[in-house]
Design a protein around this ligand. Structure first.
Ligand code: G6P
Length: 611
């Protein structure tokens, strides 16, 4: 959601900015712009639409010469997506320009004040107040002006700033929106996220909240809000450049679906393996067995697909470890004034580690002295840094907006936790643990098997391109699978779809079933199997066409459902990892058949850094 880049060095800035922005496209955007300083004037070009338009307008950056500049992809929040509202934004005499990721919450008040002092605004954005406010406070010292602005603005921001009076420097600052900087071979670069800088460096500095950075060609300085200089340690990013490229696949989403066996394998066995001597070892937890036994309740908090992983986590943790779990959408949790009890722990799940609501929920839990464990994919992200302990999912960089491999890796992290807790708390014995470990380790090969069966799903998907509504139903873990299967379909194909707990159908939803409506029924739980069969019969009698996803061996489903996809046998707690594969493929192929923009669906952002 909004991406910023900045470069200063020996090379022409514009091509580097455009390339950096292309690497941030996955975050979601509707317009883009760059500003480059040629030593005399700050020149700017911005446009609605894809980066392709900006590349054409600037002849791939050639028409904006200069060795320092800033760029932005905008996901509209305040003011519709127009050329004027696109970033960068100038102050009135065009001597200061800013790009911004985040939301300035008190911008209306600030705008009124600035207007009363004669400042004229050209856009409807919240960002423009920053440009004018910097102008108001700038008396020759950029750091001083920036800190004054920081005291005045409320909300979240990662800002890239150029001052005409400082032709050899770029400035940046952040609060609650991500920002990293790194050295290139001939200068310095800043960006919202790692993929934009990977080509130049794997050594990056994560800018913390309320830190300011000042970049010149050869230098990098950091300051706090009191204008004191700071020393910062760099972090080495293990991801390689190829991992963040499409590598011959038609879409990132397809590539990432195919990376799921590896993501699962790596999450089970990262550099420091999580299964040692036939026991689950999660050192990052930093918890003694005593502390694990003392846990009375878990809160799982997340957004989007990470929330769906959390719903599965609830079933698995409660079922295996017998610990009560409350699972919440972060946007609800943060405002519901949760009742925090003693001996509880919060688990915040996030691919990006930057989701604003998840981060706010984390802070709330911490403020109430609740231990927070982050299950996070992006190393060094805000949630990873602020959580007391962090268990990384090793899915590698995920670019497609619709998550697949990070979701699969999140499930594994939750299974590992559940197995560990169950064993330590005496809910399962050695033999049961060994069975679970065996099944867990078989998952990557089983996922591969399902992926190799993609043509069958594609053929089926092609029959449903014109669907208006699709329903996903399941019970227990199968309900959690349905939630994610439904989201995958709707977010990339724009077909309306809903997931229902199958037992809830009769309370309203069944009235929506018409002749030919597609219902995807998930039945992987033996104990709920018969109930699901009855639910399938109910929708079929009302005209539904039923796609069933079930375990190998359940062949009698064929008598009831119209089309059946089998998943290999595994422990009933792990079936999500397998059943989700055909559902992801279904969403992908429906979207492909409809000609949608699979990797960058309309209106969506990969990293939702505003609430
Ligand atoms: C966005 C993404 C989803 C993701 C959700 C939560 O909506 O498109 O794929 O599940 O945010 O993001 P997080 O980075 O916290 O997992």
């Amino acid at each position: 959601m909004c991406g910023i880049v900045g470069y200063i060095g020996e090379s022409q800035a514009a091509p580097i900015l455009l390339e950096g922005l292309a690497k941030l496209e996955y975050r979601g955007y509707d317009s883009a712009g760059i500003a480059v300083y040629d030593g005399t004037k700050i020149n700017m070009m911005k446009s609605v639409g894809r980066l392709k338009v900006l590349n054409e307008l600037t002849h791939d950056g050639e028409t904006l010469p200069g060795c320092l500049g800033i760029g932005h992809t905008r996901w509209a929040t305040h003011g519709s997506p127009t050329d004027v509202n696109a970033h960068p934004h100038f102050n009135m005499d065009e001597s200061i320009t800013v790009v911004h990721n985040g939301i300035i919450e008190n911008y209306i008040k600030l705008r009124r004040r600035l207007e009363s002092r004669g400042y004229e605004f050209v856009s409807e954005t919240d960002t423009e107040v920053v440009a004018h406010l910097l102008d108001y406070y700038y008396k020759g010292n950029p750091i001083e002006a920036i800190t004054k602005v920081m005291h005045r603005v409320e909300g979240s921001y990662a800002l890239g700033i150029l001052f005409k009076q400082h032709p050899d420097e770029i400035f940046a600052v952040r609060k609650d929106s991500p920002l990293i900087v790194g050295h290139t071979s001939d200068g310095n670069i800043l960006a919202s996220d790692v993929p934009a800088v990977l080509k130049y460096t794997r050594t990056v500095y994560f800018i913390e909240n309320e830190e300011i950075v000042r970049l010149s060609k050869t230098n990098m300085k950091f300051y706090n809000v009191d204008e004191e200089e700071l020393t910062k340690e760099p972090t080495t990013i293990e991801w390689d450049v190829a991992a963040a490229e499409k590598g011959g696949y038609e879409h990132y989403m397809l590539k990432e679906m195919y990376e799921q066996p590896k993501a699962v394998r790596d999450t089970i066995s990262p550099a420091n393996p999580r299964i040692k001597d036939n026991k689950i070892e999660i050192e990052e937890l930093n918890m003694t067995d005593e502390e694990i036994r003392a846990i009375k309740k878990l809160y799982i908090i997340a957004c989007g697909s990470a929330y769906h992983a959390g719903v599965t986590g609830k079933y698995v943790l409660e079922g295996l470890a017998r610990i009560p779990v409350e699972v919440d959408l972060a946007s609800e949790f943060r405002y519901r004034d949760p009742i925090y009890e003693e001996n509880t722990m919060a688990i915040v799940i996030s691919q990006s580690g930057e989701t604003a609501d998840s981060l706010a929920a984390l802070r709330d839990a911490k403020a109430h002295n609740v231990k927070v464990l982050g299950i996070v994919n992006v190393v060094g992200s805000s949630i990873a840094r602020e959580a007391e302990s962090v268990m990384y999912t090793w899915a590698g960089p995920e670019i497609a907006v619709a998550t697949t491999k990070a979701y699969s890796a999140q499930l594994i992290a939750l299974y590992l936790l559940a197995m560990k807790f169950a064993y330590v708390r005496g809910q399962i014995d050695d033999a049961q643990l060994q069975e679970l470990i065996k099944d867990l380790q078989r998952l990557p090969d089983q996922i591969e098997l399902l992926l190799n069966n993609k043509e069958k799903i594609q053929r089926f998907a092609n029959r449903y391109l014109a669907s208006k509504d699709v329903f996903f139903i399941g019970r227990g873990i199968d309900y959690a699978i349905s939630l994610e299967g439904s989201l995958k379909l709707k977010e990339i194909s724009y077909i309306h779809s809903e997931a229902y707990a199958a037992g809830e159908l009769k309370h309203g939803t069944i009235s929506l079933i018409e002749e030919g409506t597609l219902v995807a029924a998930v039945l992987t739980q033996d104990t709920l199997y018969k109930k699901m069969i009855s639910n399938i019969v109910e929708v079929r009698t009302r005209g539904a066409f039923v796609l069933a996803v079930t375990n190998e061996g359940n062949t009698e489903v064929e008598k009831t459902a119209d089309y059946v996809i089998y998943i290999p046998q595994t422990n009933s707690y792990f079936t999500n990892s397998l059943a989700i594969i055909p559902l992801q493929l279904f969403g992908y192929y429906v979207s492909l058949g409809k000609g949608c923009d699979i990797d960058k669906p309309r209106n969506l952002a990969k990293s939702v850094t505003v609430e």
